[in-house]
Design a protein around this ligand. Sequence first.
Ligand SMILES: NC(=O)C1=CN([C@@H]2O[C@H](COP(=O)(O)OP(=O)(O)OC[C@H]3O[C@@H](n4cnc5c(N)ncnc54)[C@H](O)[C@@H]3O)[C@@H](O)[C@H]2O)C=CC1
Length: 389
Amino acid sequence: MGGHTRRGLALVRERIEAEPDRFVADFYTRLFTIRPALRDLFGATMAHQRAALFGVLDHVLEAFPDTASHEDLVALLAQLGRDHRKYGVAPADYDVFCNAMLAEISATMGDEYDHELATITTQALMLTTGVMRGAAQTAPGPATWTARVVEKFRMSRDLAVVRLVADHPPPHVAGQYLEVSIPQWPRVWRHLSPSVPPNPHGELEFHVRAIPGGTVSSAIVGETAVGDVWRLAQSHGTLTIDPTRESVLVAGGTGIAPIRALLLQMARRADTRPTRLYYGTRYPGELYEAPNLARLAGTNPWLSVTVVSEKDTNPWWLTRTIDADALHIRHRIGRLDDVVGSEVGAALDAGAAPDTQVVIAGSAPMIENTRRTLIIAGVPGRMIDHDPV
Ligand SMILES: NC(=O)C1=CN([C@@H]2O[C@H](COP(=O)(O)OP(=O)(O)OC[C@H]3O[C@@H](n4cnc5c(N)ncnc54)[C@H](O)[C@@H]3O)[C@@H](O)[C@H]2O)C=CC1
């Protein structure tokens, strides 16, 4: 595609980026004025929606002029289209969306929006909505599934484990996360990783920490009760274990959920390679999964478990304790990335297999720091897997 397309769309991005909040707010006002029913598809707070919309629009305008990147762009938009099925977006809504967006861009650009700029912007947005609509229409299976809460455990003041049974198990593989919506916040979707592999009974378990100021996570920890019906949608994520390699798995806090699902999946195989798990929290009393993991290691000799806590004692509000010696697992004190970096580095120095696979799950800063520390310790970056941060 020509340089004029690149320059034209770069100008559009520049004008939109000058006032992104106003642009997105005015766009949604325009959209809901044209088709008021669309407002009902979104949850009460649209902050996340607004940021996501801006991110995608910016990405489309940047990637569209580069035809070499169209394959990736189309794959991303198709995924987005499938994801939007859960909101109940109808095919005709995509035309309304496209027209409202073009009108908002035109209003923002003013006199600069000439015929040529209008043509290329229209092409970019027609590609966007066309791919999304097509992928949504051809996606197999239902857009959402339901699951009923059958058990809930409060592990600490801000952490809960919730067990559910789905009518029909949503398609996913161990290590992936699902889009989840709870009755207390209908139409608001969050990502949660089941901590058990998919099974024919539709049993699911999620681990949730209430984020300070968080709406959905706080409602799950504080209000979710047996009998609640949750909605589940698309699965995402590519965390997998290569069964031919040794592995090191690193889980920070509730990041243990997808890692536990992978471990349970690995336990079904007869030929699982040696696996070292590092499971870290801030305080020893937060290591709620330690007993389960110790039991798993007790019956699966390929697994060794090290739990790591930043502090060696609990604050007053944590009453749970763990006795690592009694569980026959190791307990190290320190930040997770420091402990993993020094132990994996020492193992490599002592001749450990350099093609060991590493899988990390946890918060974005924890993933980034652990990845960096491991690369410095000598682990090739291509051997380190984690979900996008
Ligand atoms: N609930 C779920 O299904 C899943 C949750 N996650 C994510 O996992 C995270 C878990 O959070 P919390 O339970 O609050 O655990 P947390 O953020 O308190 O972290 C616990 C562990 O991570 C380490 N850590 C924390 N910050 C670090 C940093 N900046 N650099 C290096 N290490 C660091 C700590 O040393 C500790 O071992 C959340 O961000 C959540 O989104 C990831 C996958 C699935």
